[in-house]
Design a protein around this ligand. Sequence first.
Ligand SMILES: [Fe+2]
Length: 157
Amino acid sequence: MISVSEKRRTAEADRDWHPMQADHRALRASAERLDEMLGRLAAGASAAEAEARSLLEEFRLRLLAHLDAEEQNGILERAAEAEPRFARRIEKLRLEHDVLRQDVVALAAGPAPRAAGADWDGFHARFVAFRRVLLAHEEAENDVLHGAYMEDVGGRG
Ligand SMILES: [Fe+2]
């Protein structure tokens, strides 16, 4: 039988965590599309430049909205309260949000202009590096939240 506190955790996970996971999936899909498009631009396909810039702006807005939603939702703080052993990891994740914000704003400004045209090759490399950092952040978040919200559910009673 599942205890009352385990049921509460499950309900919180449904309400707070699953929408964030949906955000994470949407962000991953958006980053993948951008990566592919920037790869084509890096290879010299200049026709997609305007579309890439508009996707970059969309990605910036989506990520900023997600980070704000995560912080306003308070899910990380509640996880830290529920599982104090995660508190330091959660604080680190929260600090990473500020770095992600700065980096995505800088990225959305697009590639450095050059006399020979925008440096899409260098920009694609920057985007790939950012995408890797973002993915590692989200995975760390998912791990912590999974540990805080789900670890005690099941396996008992
Ligand atoms: Fe997130």
